[in-house]
Design a protein around this ligand. Sequence first.
Ligand SMILES: Nc1ncnc2c1ncn2[C@@H]1O[C@H](COP(=O)(O)OP(=O)(O)O)[C@@H](O)[C@H]1O
Ligand SMILES: [Mg+2]
Length: 471
Amino acid sequence: MTTQPTDRGLDRSTTNEATARALIAAIPDMIFRIGVDGRYRGFKVDSEADLLTPPDEVIGRTVHERLPPDIAEDLLAAGRRAVEEGVVARFEYSLELRGELRDYECRVVACGPDEFVVIVRDFTERTRQARELERERDFSYAVVRSTPSFLALIDEEGTIIGVNRALEQAAGLPEEEWLGRPFWELFLAVEDRPRARADFDSMRRGDPPGAVEYEHVSVDGERLVVDWTATRVPGEAGESRYLLCGLDVSARKHVEDEIRRSRARIVSASDAERKRLERNLHDGAQQHLVSVSHAVHLGVRFMRTDPEKAEEHLDRALLELNAAHEELRELARGLHPQILTVRGLGAAVRALAGRAPVPVTVVTTDDAQRWPAAIESAAYYVVAEALTNVTKYSGATSAVVRVLQRDDLLTVEIADDGRGGARATEGSGLGGLKDRVEALDGTFRVESRPGSGTRVRAELPLVPERSEVPT
Ligand SMILES: Nc1ncnc2c1ncn2[C@@H]1O[C@H](COP(=O)(O)OP(=O)(O)O)[C@@H](O)[C@H]1O
Ligand SMILES: [Mg+2]
């Protein structure tokens, strides 16, 4: 590349020796004076370390002795052209200097009838920085392109300047549709737009940009909950811009809601259970005990005057006492069947099956096998509720109960050949089972098409730490 040099007021007629020296000293580049024969006649460097050869081995040597052949050739050709045609030549090359490859740019200009000056600038650092910058930019682009987070760049008016692919896809709009529109108009659920706009205004007034949560409606009509954060970034002309970064937290919200609901159900289920116990105690054992007390009282009163009557009352007291005892035992059995604790799930399930009015076949791998208490208890209540349902609703002629372990999973299944149509709804017996099983990280399913029987299946993972969960 060649250019015509321009200098005003710096030519021979106006520049004296001292000025020329000052100019040379001020130039940070390396300067070499070379004859058209290729021999070095003089040089100036700020540091000897910048030289390819020791300082004593420059003057008197030729370009071919100091430089690789192709660079020496180019340099000499440029120098001769500069001398012959009076043009400034400029070219770039790379050289190894003490084991490190460095980038140079040089200018070649004639300085006499048979010599030229080469001004050499080392721009290795600049290329390195430029490459670094390019790498950083490539990296940023890759991140912006591939991140599942939503990114939007907006100006001081809230107008969208750019969006990333994730946002484009969720909103189902090509970028052209976004540009030039305020961000609160697009994709946001209508009811959240005024709030988004107010948030933006307060941020523009100088309130620190915080994190906010908005609802959005995706291209397929799905409602998304997105947590947004804003960061102020300066534009090219120093104007304010904001980078909005959104994280789709819908899945987490959904799970949180589900957990909250299930907790509420568990609490209300245990409240209901407490009330049932209270009622049973009140209606059962307590009534009998009241009668016992009354009968004993009368027995005592008639003891001397009418021993026969007294005996009658005391006999009645005994009967009532037995009834109270029986009630309490029944109640305790309902809380936690003894057979389950003592003999395990297999035996307890067989006992349940034996009490059912329809024939129930029980299949287990091993009746004597034991599992953690929480697992056995959950499995037991699944079988108990499902068999009660078989009796109450199914009209089935028979049922099968399976309790089988494969690897780390205990499967409990109750199938009947009745009318079907069962559903696990919130607050019902089956709904309660679902909560109970899911609380143990298990899965609970009811298959019950009308006319084709009902199959209730619980799968309980046998994770060791679960054995500590209270029943
Ligand atoms: N084995 C079954 N066969 C037919 N219908 C059933 C069966 N089990 C449950 N259902 C139906 O599903 C409904 C829900 O059952 P469930 O959740 O156990 O409620 P509930 O607490 O009333 O027993 C019942 O009311 C019944 O209509
Ligand atoms: Mg039921």
